[in-house]
Structures are given as structure tokens and as C-alpha cells.
Design a protein around this ligand. Structure first.
Ligand code: AP5
Ligand code: MG
Length: 222
């Protein structure tokens, strides 16, 4: 099973991917997390990625495509994978189709999350993440039990450097211009499941995860 998570920054791709990964017992691969690991280790790739990420721009397609190509060859993703944040351009989507084709696999489902814009910024600036186990918190909506400490593994929580208002605006623009055409790309392939994730309708990541699991069962998606 290959599930793609699509959505603007802050819609909950990481949150929903984590829950789906637990329920379906398949790994979550987040290109953003991979880049952040390289940035913290100050590798050459990290330095390159940071020059784009810090401006809210996408890391170039060829770099990202090669990274995912390597990751998809590894043993742990052969039974299934949740791609969180890839593809993000039509070129990446076409490359993914080719990669999977060569491995005799295909995209099973694309989960497209949408959230009203004014909620997104609030979520992102109040987000804290556990650098160790990757659990996502929100200081207002979903706070940890002990301030700044991960409920799951006890590690200290951190704030992402790109989670400030000005970089967020750049990220949102990049999403609208470069990534949102993928909604049509997967809709045309009849592989799209769209869900609104919003406090205004009382739908949180947990509810959306449940809806996705039911859809997978109903449609016999493998
Ligand atoms: P990436 O790490 O993927 O960031 P993003 O797309 O900007 O998305 P986020 O991680 O900010 O948001 P999310 O949707 O995962 O939301 P979350 O669950 O955390 O990418 C970072 C950068 O790397 C990119 O800008 C780009 O430069 C580069 N990059 C990555 N992939 C690339 C690619 N393929 N090609 C080129 N460049 C690439 O939730 C957000 C907040 O909301 C949290 O506080 C959470 O607690 C809260 N929340 C979540 N769900 C709910 C809910 N249902 N209700 C209320 N609050 C909620
Ligand atoms: Mg994320």
C-alpha cells in the first residue's frame, strides 16, 4: 500500500500520517523530517536544503526525487508506506509513478487535507515537535501533559525554525502555486480522498484518520 498525504502546511499531514502509520502498521516517510535531520547534522544536503526551506521554497525536484528513490528501495517500506510531503510538484508525481512502476507498485490512495487559512497559521506558530519520536503537539489545541516534554518518550520538545509567520506565508504561497495542481492530478486518476480538518466543524486529526481507515476498508484499497 502506498498512501500519499497532500495538503498545505499545517493541515495535519504529519499528525494524520503518524496515526495511520500506527493503525496500518506501515512506516511514515516525511521528506521534511529527512531534510531536517540532514540540517541538524549539517551535511552537504542539509546545507543545500536549508537554503530553500528557510525561505519557504521547495528543495529542487532532482534532489528530492533522488532522495525518495533511494528511500523506496529500503526493506522496511516494501509492504507499505505513507509518503508525508512527497510528491509536491507534478514533476515529482510523475517521477513517483515511474519509480513505483519499476518496482511493480502503484499509488493506492492520496489523502488531501484542507483547513481554513486563518486556522493554519495559528496551528503552525503554536506547534512543538518531539525531535526523537516525531510526535506533534500544539500548545493550544493539543498540549503535552508536562510543559515542553514529550508525553510519548520524555524528550524535550522543539519549535521548527520555519514555523514563524513570515516563512509560513512563503510556504503557503509555494503550496498554492506548485503543489495544489496535484489535487487534480490524483483526482483524474480517481485516487483522491479529500477531508476538511478544522476546529470549526469539530474535525480533528483523529476523526479524519478514522474516516480514511473506513474508506480504505470500503474501497478494498491495498
Ligand atoms: P514539511 O515538513 O513537509 O512541512 P509542510 O508541508 O510545510 O507541512 P507541516 O509539516 O508544516 O504541516 P503538517 O501538514 O505536517 O501539519 P502537522 O501535523 O504538523 O516540509 C518542510 C519543508 O521541506 C518545505 O517547506 C520544503 O521546503 C521542504 N520539502 C519537504 N518535502 C519536499 C518535497 N517533496 N519537495 C521539495 N521540498 C520539500 O500539524 C500542524 C499543527 O496543527 C500542529 O500544531 C498540530 O498539533 C496541529 N493540528 C494537526 N491536526 C490538527 C487538527 N485536526 N486540529 C487542530 N490542530 C491540529
Ligand atoms: Mg509535517
Amino acid at each position: 500500500m502506498v498512501i500519499i498525504m497532500l495538503g498545505a502546511p499545517g493541515t495535519g499531514k504529519g499528525t494524520v500520517s503518524g496515526m495511520l502509520s500506527d493503525k496500518l502498521n506501515i512506516p511514515q516517510v516525511s521528506t521534511g523530517d529527512i531534510f531536517r535531520k540532514h540540517i541538524s547534522e549539517q551535511t552537504e544536503l542539509g546545507k543545500l536544503a536549508n537554503s530553500y526551506i528557510s525561505q519557504g521554497k521547495l528543495v529542487p525536484d532532482d534532489v528530492t526525487i533522488n532522495l525518495v528513490k533511494d528511500r523506496l528501495q529500503q526493506d522496511d517500506v516494501q509492504e507499505g508506506v505513507i509518503l508525508d510531503g512527497f510528491p509536491r510538484t507534478v514533476k515529482q508525481a510523475e517521477a513517483l509513478d515511474n519509480m513505483l512502476n519499476n518496482l511493480n507498485r502503484k499509488v493506492s490512495l492520496t489523502v488531501n487535507l484542507t483547513t481554513p487559512e486563518k486556522e493554519l497559521i495559528e496551528r503552525v506558530v503554536n506547534r512543538r515537535i518531539c525531535p526523537k519520536c516525531k510526535t506533534v503537539y500544539n500548545l493550544i489545541l493539543n498540549p503535552p501533559h508536562n510543559e515542553n516534554i514529550c508525553d510519548n518518550c520524555g524528550n524535550e520538545l522543539v519549535k521548527r525554525e520555519d514555523d514563524n509567520e513570515s516563512t509560513f506565508k512563503g510556504r503557503l504561497n509555494t503550496y498554492i502555486q506548485e503543489t495544489s495542481p496535484l489535487v487534480n492530478y490524483y483526482e483524474n486518476q480517481e485516487k483522491l480522498f479529500s477531508a476538511v480538518v478544522s476546529q470549526s466543524i469539530n474535525k480533528m486529526g483523529k476523526d479524519v484518520t478514522q474516516d480514511v481507515l473506513e474508506y480504505i476498508k470500503k474501497k478494498h484499497i491495498t
